[in-house]
Design a protein around this ligand. Structure first.
Ligand code: ZN
Ligand code: ZN
Length: 424
């Protein structure tokens, strides 16, 4: 059943901010998480996000949540560590906390992460300390993250506009105006502006699922990305039994959720040993508080053999040296250049948004859910099929209105999938 009336736009812009935020909180609880009565919810947020967390908590309890627990971090507190902590601090992470979060997930809790903290918070800090702290945190969080990448529980990520982030996105505006404009962009991209966001998300999910079904039927052996200006010519082999995913889906606990709000991508698992050619990022990458610009990489037999960037090159090189799998791909995703987020023309400096504005690849860990029956297979079998493993999973954008993508079959015959950034 789809009636135009349920999807008609309301005069969202005219609503008071508090009401906009309330609608967005309902999208988080009912679309992102689809929180079930009796379920616990663990939220991660920064102290700047308290107003949204309060609204989400209210709607979570109204939906029957058993208990909502929010773990707050704070930008200034995070910086204090870099200024004053002893060197040993940077190889340390609160294992007890990470174990507790993993235990909560195993016991049926849902997980909500709010993104939007200052993307450049750690830009001026010692990049080796940043990298060591990230590695320590990734190691500690591995058991919890595995439950997420396996999609064992219902989880979601949404964004919260903050002053530092908004100033980076709209440097020409006064900070209040920048925050307001960023919130509006988040509400639009997250489809919170429609009369019935739940119905709007159902329709959007159906469109993505149709595209995914088409790609799954094709069983391509690889994809070839080639841009009009020659800055990218990259062949990305696809893993054996790769599965295209997109939109929401059921998690291991049987709850249908939308892990990313917004989402516009169809994505799958590349073959970790079959990526060759050169690629130029089409957008800068904001990674753990630092900005990496104009990334160019060359791949041979699945691994990056050469990587440059005009800013943040040291961070990039540390990132790809994290572990054995950090130089190989764990995800490839197709997004048309006309996606609503791309159409907004805004560079968000935030992967949740920018990855939905352009086709992209991700270094590091593959998603088991993007391999047929991947959640039932052991790590050796998954690796044999080409699925990569790593402590990192970092998306970076390669698509643009100049990008062409071909689907290549096992016999070498190819079919155009995208021309000038759009689906054929
Ligand atoms: Zn992606
Ligand atoms: Zn990704």
């Amino acid at each position: 059943m789809s009636s135009a009336a349920t999807l008609a736009p309301i005069d969202f812009a005219a609503l008071p901010f508090e009401e906009k935020l309330d609608r967005f909180a309902r999208v988080a609880v009912h679309v992102g998480l689809n929180l079930q009565p009796g379920q616990e919810l663990v939220i991660s947020a920064t102290t700047e996000m308290v107003p949204l967390v309060r609204r989400i908590t209210e709607h979570a309890y109204k939906a029957g949540a058993l208990l909502v627990t929010t773990l707050y971090s704070d930008d200034e507190t995070a910086l204090a560590r870099y200024r004053f902590a002893a060197d040993a601090s940077f190889d340390h992470a609160p294992q007890w906390l990470a174990d507790g979060i993993a235990a909560a997930f195993r016991n049926g809790a849902a997980r909500l992460a709010l993104t939007g903290a200052n993307p450049a918070l750690l830009a001026g800090q010692d990049s080796s300390k940043v990298s060591r702290a990230n590695i320590a945190a990734s190691k500690a969080n591995k058991p919890a993250m595995e439950l997420i990448t396996r999609h064992a529980i219902n989880w979601s990520i949404l964004a919260n506009a903050t002053p530092a982030w908004a100033k980076l996105v709209f440097p020409e505006l006064a900070v209040d105006e920048a925050v307001e404009k960023l919130w509006d962009a988040i509400f639009v991209a997250s489809r919170a502006t429609s009369e019935d966001p739940v119905a709007a998300w159902k329709q959007h999910g159906r469109n993505l699922h149709d595209r995914v079904a088409f790609l799954n039927e094709k069983r391509f052996h690889s994809l070839r990305f080639h841009s009009a200006d020659g800055s990218t010519d990259l062949t990305v082999g696809l893993a054996e039994d790769h599965l295209w995913c997109g939109g929401g889906g059921p998690s291991g606990n049987g709850v249908f959720c939308n892990p990313n709000i917004p989402t516009e991508e169809c994505f799958t698992t590349p073959h970790k040993d079959r990526v060759d050619g050169h690629v130029t990022a089409s957008k800068p990458l904001s990674h753990q508080g630092t900005l990496i610009e104009n990334i160019r990489c060359r791949f041979e037999a699945g691994k990056i053999v050469e990587a440059t960037a005009t800013a943040g090159a040291d961070v990039l090189n540390r990132l790809i040296s994290t572990d054995e799998g950090a130089r190989s791909l764990g995800e490839v995703a197709l997004v048309p250049a006309s996606s609503p987020i791309a159409a907004s023309g805004i560079l968000f400096w935030n992967t949740l948004f920018d990855e939905n504005a352009a086709s992209h690849i991700a270094l590091g860990q593959a998603y088991e859910t993007c391999i047929l029956d991947g959640d039932k297979q052991n790590p050796e079998t998954l690796a044999a099929k080409g699925a990569n493993t790593s402590l990192i999973h970092v998306d970076w954008m390669i698509g643009s209105a100049a990008m062409n993508v071909d689907g290549v079959a096992a016999d070498g015959s190819s079919q155009p999938l995208m021309r000038s950034g759009e689906w054929v």
